[in-house]
Design a protein around this ligand. Structure first.
Ligand SMILES: [Zn+2]
Length: 172
């Protein structure tokens, strides 16, 4: 019998209980399977127990302001999180994403193939990456890709210690 959490508050309350108390919950195999209700689509989605993320995202004030959800601090499924990221990219022409790419070894050819993704990885776009020198951060990474709007986008990341890349739709 699968247990379902209708709200983030209910999940937190169960996580706060001592492990052997009735109603307690942990992200451990003996508590699986369990689901949560996505605050955006209303679906009951599985919580994950494999250590690779919990299965849910939490709504932010930004999502509320954009009309994606009615309240902040509620659980949303990864699919809904990906949709709101895509919608924001179309509206804003800018996005903060994560950059991953193949290693760049050859200084005479500092290019590689990579991906820009959102946090849960529900939005993933192939990109071309170039590494350049930067006087403070040592490296600057430029990425070019086709956005969800079908237009060319460009992103910049400074230094190699972060995966965060700030991206914008290019002016035509
Ligand atoms: Zn959802």
């Amino acid at each position: 019998m699968s247990r379902n959490f209708d709200s983030y508050v209910a999940l937190q309350a169960a996580l706060d209980l001592a492990p052997l108390m009735p109603g307690a919950f942990r992200f451990a195999k003996q508590f699986a399977p369990a689901t949560f209700m996505c605050h955006r689509c209303g679906g009951h989605k599985p919580l994950k127990f494999d250590g690779g993320g919990t299965g849910y995202g939490v709504t932010t004030q930004h999502m509320v302001d954009r009309g994606h959800v009615a309240r902040a601090g509620e659980m949303v499924c990864y699919d809904c999180a990906g949709e709101t990221d895509r919608a924001d990219m179309l509206t804003d022409g800018r996005a903060v994403l994560y950059l991953t790419h193949d290693p760049i070894k050859d200084r005479s050819y500092p290019f590689a193939d990579g991906h820009v993704t959102n946090w849960p990885g529900t939005l993933s776009i192939k990109c071309r990456v170039k590494r350049g020198a930067h006087n403070i951060a040592r490296y600057r990474y430029d990425a070019w890709f086709t956005g969800p709007d079908g237009k060319p986008w460009h992103g910049v990341q400074y230094g190699g210690n972060t995966q965060i890349i700030r991206c914008r739709r290019m002016k035509a």
